[in-house]
Write a protein that binds this ligand. Structure first.
Ligand code: 5RP
Length: 227
């Protein structure tokens, strides 16, 4: 008997979102396994003649862009990007939690530099109420102070530990990553503002300005939601 065709929802979302990119655009290249499909698809389109430049959000996306023949540029050269495509750990009502790959600081800088911020995700990431721990990029010297400030906001922050690396995860910017569990986040906009005011947190993973969401489904279809 023939096996049914396996469709990867992340791949469906990433590849479809890559079609938003047009000639001469400067594109923010997110981090993670879903965005990787978008980057690979863009690489194929570049090989067929599409002219774009990419601003990577991490070493991962920089390596992937280079492997796939996408010319790299910087925010210094292109402070305004046409579009940024990135993944999410969870998303509800056009607010995303990001930073599962410890890249959310650069991801947020790139997202906010883009005219259009597109999130690509499989359907398991879409929820009614956010409850995923919020990644924080933290100056190592401020670790204990951050634990205290997060506790005052009703959360519990722990340092993320490495896998295949002893000790803490170090971000591409040389800082610690902490994950702050707040349980259900009823008011993510207020938490966004409160975390932004904490001393020692470089950036947190709540993204409040998502323009478009591409949701990959198990049947291979992609639902597109616009804010
Ligand atoms: C990296 C991120 C990723 O985009 C997020 O963790 C989703 O990853 P994936 O597409 O692999 O599920 O925010 O910092």
């Amino acid at each position: 008997m023939k096996k049914p065709l396996q469709i990867n929802p992340k791949q469906a979302a990433g590849e479809k979102a890559a079609q938003l990119v047009k000639n001469n655009m400067v594109v923010g290249l997110g981090t993670g396994s879903t965005t990787a499909y978008a980057i690979k698809e863009l690489g194929k389109r570049v090989a067929s003649g599409l002219k774009i430049q990419g601003v990577p959000t991490s070493y991962q996306s920089a390596f992937l862009a280079a492997e796939n023949g996408i010319p790299i540029t910087t925010l210094d050269e292109h402070p305004v990007l046409d579009i940024a495509i990135d993944g999410a750990d969870q998303i509800a009502n056009f607010i995303a939690i990001k930073g599962g790959g410890a890249a959310h600081t650069r991801e947020k800088i790139v997202a906010q530099s883009a005219k259009k911020f597109v999130v690509v995700a499989d359907e398991s990431k879409v929820v009614e109420v956010l409850n995923h721990p919020v990644p924080l990029e933290v100056i190592p010297f401020a670790r204990k102070l951050v634990v205290k400030q997060v506790a005052k906001l009703g959360g519990k922050a722990v340092v993320r530990m490495g896998v295949n690396k002893d000790g803490p995860v170090i971000s591409d910017n040389g800082n610690f990553i902490m994950d702050a569990d707040f349980g259900e986040i009823d008011d993510p906009e207020s938490l966004d503002k409160a975390l932004s005011q904490c001393t020692g947190i470089v950036e947190h993973g709540i993204f409040t300005k998502v323009d478009v969401v591409y949701i990959g489904k198990k049947d291979g279809s992609v639902e597109i939601l616009k804010a």
